[in-house]
Design a protein around this ligand. Structure first.
Ligand SMILES: [Zn+2]
Length: 68
């Protein structure tokens, strides 16, 4: 079961919940019991990062022997 983090829009407290897929549970802040929580998408994946040797050998100049 994936763990999702919800941040209380009231006090800003972040509570982690185990959530079943497709569940529509109401998550209550553990600190102030507010139901106004929003899901936090923790996406730490680096997009377009510095990949030294990528999968596709596409030479920017076209003079590389690996290109083509
Ligand atoms: Zn709260």
């Amino acid at each position: 079961m994936p763990i999702f983090e919800y941040q209380c829009v009231h006090c800003g407290h972040i509570t982690s919940f185990l959530e079943k897929a497709g569940s529509q549970e109401i998550h209550v802040c553990a600190k102030c019991n507010s139901k106004d929580t929003k899901k936090i998408f923790s996406t730490f994946s680096v997009e377009g990062g510095a990949s030294s040797s990528g999968d596709g050998f596409s030479c920017p100049t076209g003079t590389c022997s690996f290109s083509g």
